[in-house]
Design a protein around this ligand. Structure first.
Ligand SMILES: Cc1cc2nc3c(=O)[nH]c(=O)nc-3n(C[C@H](O)[C@H](O)[C@H](O)COP(=O)(O)OP(=O)(O)OC[C@H]3O[C@@H](n4cnc5c(N)ncnc54)[C@H](O)[C@@H]3O)c2cc1C
Length: 485
């Protein structure tokens, strides 16, 4: 198969680039080693739309984060993705913290953030009672959103404009072809331009293309997930004042768009880019640090833990943040590398995609592309039905229309059979429990799938999969080895 552009990696960044390029008359393919979108870092983070005050002024991180924050609400509306502007408090525990926060207000202003101000604890307590500290910085433009739904929506929108997705396709070799199809991927897919948005593996993919010299240092962040207590305890994310040198933003408490509260993330460098295990010592540390922020949290309210891994360019000896590297490589015509897309990569994903689009426009002659805008491309996507969030009247109407809305499959989150079926019948394909979870949100409540998992398996089997083909997430995480009888 021949393409104008091949994108490696279907995280939020790869999918945002695919969507942006799908507005042009280009043949675009996305190759992803997992069986779905958002199985990498894009599905394992704090799900916060940052305002942009943390990053170095003049950095790409600051520029794209501020721009992403400005665009995100409209984007989520267009793509039917859940989004809520909650604001955020950064808490100071001593005078040194307060000076850090004052400096952060100034940095934020220089970066183009609006509304930042220092507030007293009374302002914090009016929104989040019980938070410790002596003062805070308020960031009114910070938001929370559904990052899984966001990545799925970007990909669906790209697909609707003709972009091809190849899942379970780990790119293993990239050889050089004759102009203009300079990239031959795994001997099968040819492309004029290769966009490397492979996250934690971007250094390796760059090497496959003949450009060495990058190194990603994986840095794990672990989280606890609390039950649906956000409404009663925490509707606004609270972060500690940042401390220099750590590889993250400090352990914070964040309400999720689905009503849970998450505590984390830690920041520990490790060698393995895919070791997502959570460990007791780190989780204990999360408990004690998060109880400093909010003492009313109880261990009995914890229902799960998870980890995400930052693709850092800053080595452990240096720590902190290094700016995104996004560039057309001189040494390999047509290769656009995206390296070190750590936080705020989600918030920044669409401005990053626009930047990549502009790189392709600037180099179109050299790369053999014709960047003509498509006439009337699709830019929106219909939001999936969330039965649990509807009022009784609307629920009754839906059940009358489709009785599958009357069968609850996930009792913890009130996800109906109709929503599960729609998730499975997805344009991108849906072959794992995690894919159904990302689209309809079952298995995420207190019982963690104890009740609904087998029912989802049954629906996946009705869609044509054999039991042994059904994975929890990726290849090798199959739930069954075969038919017992
Ligand atoms: C703990 C933590 C908290 C964070 N919190 C936030 C936050 O609150 N707000 C925010 O804005 N950002 C946050 N981030 C950052 C954000 O999650 C990332 O910047 C963003 O998700 C990066 O997206 P991506 O598409 O570049 O990478 P990924 O989502 O990792 O996607 C890369 C994809 O490439 C695929 N791939 C790799 N190698 C190959 C190959 N050889 N062939 C085919 N496919 C391949 C992978 O499977 C993966 O799906 C956080 C990150 C972490 C780790």
């Amino acid at each position: 198969m021949r393409y104008d552009v091949a994108i490696i990696g279907a995280g939020a960044v790869g999918c945002a680039i695919a969507r942006e390029l799908s507005f042009f008359k280009l043949k675009v393919a996305v190759l992803e080693k997992s069986c779905d979108v958002a199985f990498g870092t894009s599905g394992r983070n704090s799900a916060v739309c940052h305002a942009g005050f943390n990053n170095k002024t003049t950095s790409l991180m600051a520029r794209f984060c501020v721009e992403g924050n400005r665009l995100m609400e409209g984007l989520c509306q267009d793509l039917g993705v859940e989004y809520r502007k909650t604001g955020k408090f950064l808490i100071g525990f001593d005078e040194a913290d307060m000076r850090t926060l004052e400096a952060l207000v100034e940095k934020g202003k220089a970066n183009g953030c609006t509304g930042l101000q220092i507030v007293g604890m009374d302002a914090v307590h009016a929104k989040v009672p019980g938070v410790g500290g002596i003062g805070a910085m308020s960031s009114p433009n910070t938001a929370i959103f559904d990052t899984f739904g966001y990545t799925v929506a970007l990909a669906e929108n790209a697909k609707a404009n003709g972009c091809d997705f190849y899942f379970s396709h780990a790119v293993k070799s990239v050889s050089e072809g004759p102009d203009p199809y300079r990239f031959i991927i795994d001997g099968a897919i040819e492309a004029k331009v290769l966009i490397n948005s492979a996250g934690l593996f971007a250094d390796k993919v760059s090497s496959l293309c003949g450009v060495d010299g990058y190194r990603i240092y994986p840095c794990k962040g672990q989280y606890y997930v609390y039950d649906k207590i956000a409404d009663s305890t925490l509707q606004v994310p609270v972060y500690p004042a940042p401390r220099p040198g750590i590889g993250g933003l400090g352990i914070h408490l964040t309400p999720t768009i689905h009503g849970n509260v998450i505590a984390g993330p830690s920041a520990d460098y490790q060698d393995d880019p895919e070791d997502y295990c959570t460990t007791k010592p780190v989780l204990d540390q999360l408990l004690s640090e998060s109880s400093l922020l909010l003492g009313s949290l109880r261990p009995g309210q914890i229902i799960a833990s998870y980890a995400g891994i930052r693709p850092k360019q800053a080595p452990p000896s240096q720590g902190g943040f290094m700016d995104f590297t996004i560039k057309a490589e001189q040494g390999r015509k047509g290769l656009v590398n995206l390296i070190g897309i750590e936080s705020p990569g989600l918030t920044a994903s669409v401005p990053i995609a626009m930047h990549v689009r502009d790189i392709l426009i600037d180099h179109q002659r050299d790369f053999g592309l014709d960047m003509q805008a498509r006439e009337n491309p699709i830019r929106t996507r219909k939001a999936p039905v969330r039965f649990a969030s509807l009022d009784r009247e609307e629920q009754a109407r839906l059940i009358k229309e489709n009785p599958d809305y009357g069968t609850v499959v996930c009792r913890c989150q009130t996800v109906t059979l109709a929503e599960i079926k729609k998730a499975i019948d997805n344009v991108l394909g849906c072959r794992s429990i995690a894919s159904v979870k990302y689209r309809a949100w079952p298995t995420t409540g207190r019982c963690q799938g104890g009740y609904c998992m087998t029912r989802i398996v049954a629906e996946l089997m009705k869609s044509g999969l054999k039991a042994e083909e059904i994975n929890l997430r990726d290849e090798g995480s199959n739930l069954f080895w075969g038919q017992a009888r």
